[in-house]
Write a protein that binds this ligand. Structure first.
Ligand code: SF4
Ligand code: ZN
Length: 492
């Protein structure tokens, strides 16, 4: 999922590198060929046949990086900006100074796991302490889980630390201490390493020309290419991976990937992107669109007829990357029209009649009937007051009848609809259901025998009710019935 990587402070450990003003050398690391022979000098974007994520029949040029010269220019601008503006972070220093390839991959891996769900500023200190304590896979493999959890304390999502250690043990015991050498193998062989983390480790520590897609990359790419379809949908995610793989700079893939993420974290931010300062603004089609709109608006203001028709989408009918036709471009949002996530599904609206059935118990205390829900489905196995779902649109009288029918079985005696007392309505929102309980109460006289053939049920005192496995919704229902002048105080 998307990882927050907002701007943060820089670590003390990197002061030297920062002071050196520029990229620290990579001692002992074999220099990578600037342009390996098998890679053409200009490796292009999505529209170029033969390139990963290449030509897509039916996709408008609006969404593609079809011009190799533009791709090259974009890479250059982004990398130049990164070299100048990147935040100095301890793992970035290790990624370029650590000569041992396994140690380097391990250092990047630890940072990537810590950065999942956690902000850069928080991670720095944990990262430095971790790497000091366990500078190698072997050291981590020998640590106890207790120690790992202690160091992880406060970082959250504890299973991350545990899994990291388990994976380190696996590398040491099953892979002879050698980290898998490609993104594919990293993902395949290391527990807890997904597509993103594998791509990050492989590009940053091995120089493999493979892209990454995290929340920041999603945002930047969707804006660069006006992708407004649901950015969490599989076709869009696939398309973004193809784009990231095609765009990644062949000679500096790790820096390119970090640059793209850094851009999303510091410039192309979710709510207030700094387009004026953006190094790739001349390649950004969301920005182009905003500028066109402004130009159009000012022409209209001047009373001139628009010379360019207003373009609403890419012109491809049923385009899988454009926003749904119903969701029009919102001019007030500008470039933040992209990316879009599907609107949350509206919860289903349901109504349930429920009855607080009470009797005077043997010891004189009031008792309430609760019944157990089925062992599967919503609120499985929890206890509740006898309840029955109501069809939509029933009048109050009809609701009473439905409830009375349902209650006869429980009460073991005929119940007159008129003896039900309406208490009120209680609304409870489950994750996907907006449930309204229409609450009634009914006081029973005399001995009541329960039909043991139906669902499990029992009479409970108020205290027992509160101690029972009842849902929050039912506690609300019970509270509602107590907010009313209780039946038993009115006397009957
Ligand atoms: Fe993001 Fe604006 Fe740059 Fe486009 S121009 S990539 S919207 S910051
Ligand atoms: Zn489109």
């Amino acid at each position: 999922g998307p990882r927050p990587r907002p701007p943060g402070g820089s670590g003390g450990a990197v002061a030297a590198a920062a002071a050196a003003g520029g990229r620290p050398p990579r001692p002992g690391r074999a220099p990578r060929a600037q342009r390996p022979a098998e890679v053409p000098a200009r490796r292009g974007g999505c529209g170029e046949p033969g390139v990963a994520g290449g030509r897509q029949p039916g996709l408008s040029a609006l969404h593609l990086f079809g011009d190799p010269a533009e791709v090259e220019a974009l890479r250059g601008s982004l990398l130049a900006w990164y070299d100048e503006c990147k935040r100095d972070l301890p793992w970035r220093v290790l990624a370029v100074t650590e000569p041992d390839v396994n140690r380097r991959a391990y250092a990047v891996w630890v940072s990537e796991i810590m950065l999942q769900q956690t902000q850069v500023a928080t991670v720095i200190d944990y990262y430095n302490r971790w790497m000091q304590k366990w500078p190698t896979l072997q050291a981590l493999a020998e640590a106890s889980l207790e120690e790992v959890n202690e160091l992880w304390a406060g970082l959250g999502y504890y299973s991350r630390g545990k899994r990291l250690q388990e994976a380190a043990r696996k590398v040491v015991s099953e892979l002879a201490g050698q980290m898998p050498r490609t993104a594919e193998d990293l993902q395949k062989l290391l527990p807890g390493v997904g597509r993103y983390t594998a791509g990050a480790i492989a590009s940053i520590s091995y120089g493999q020309a493979t892209g990454v897609v995290d929340g920041n990359v999603i945002r930047v790419l969707c804006r660069l290419r006006c992708i407004g379809a649901d950015s969490s949908s599989p076709p869009v995610i696939d398309r973004l991976w193809a784009m990231a793989n095609a765009l990644v700079d062949r000679s500096r893939p790790g820096d390119f990937n970090q640059a793209l993420m850094e851009l999303g974290a510091t410039v192309c931010t979710p709510k207030a992107p700094l387009c004026g300062e953006c190094p790739v603004k001349q390649h950004c089609r969301a920005r182009l669109r905003v500028e066109k709109e402004l130009a159009l608006a000012s022409r209209k203001l001047l009373g001139k007829l628009p010379v360019v028709p207003d373009v609403e989408d890419c012109g491809v009918g049923g385009c899988p990357l454009c926003p749904p036709a119903a969701e029009l471009w919102d001019s007030s949002l500008g470039v933040t029209n992209f990316p879009r996530k599907a609107a949350k599904k509206q919860p289903r609206v349901e109504q349930t009649a429920t009855c607080v059935l009470e009797r005077r118990g043997r010891r004189g205390a009031l008792e309430y009937l609760i019944v157990q829900r089925p062992s599967s489905g919503l609120l499985a196995g929890l206890w509740e007051f006898p309840s029955v779902p109501l069809a939509p649109g029933l009048q109050q009288e009809q609701q009473r009848e439905v409830l009375v029918d349902h209650l006869q079985a429980w009460a073991g005696q005929p119940v007159a609809a008129g003896s039900l007392r309406f208490i009120g309505e209680v609304v409870h929102v489950f994750s996907h259901i907006h449930q309204t309980y229409v609450v009634y109460s009914l006081s029973l006289d005399g001995d009541v025998t329960l039909d043991l053939a139906s669902s499990p049920s029992r009479w409970v005192t108020e205290e027992e009710f509160r101690a029972s496995a009842v849902s929050t919704a039912m506690k609300k229902v019970f509270g509602e019935s107590w907010d009313f002048p209780p039946l038993h105080l009115l006397g009957s």
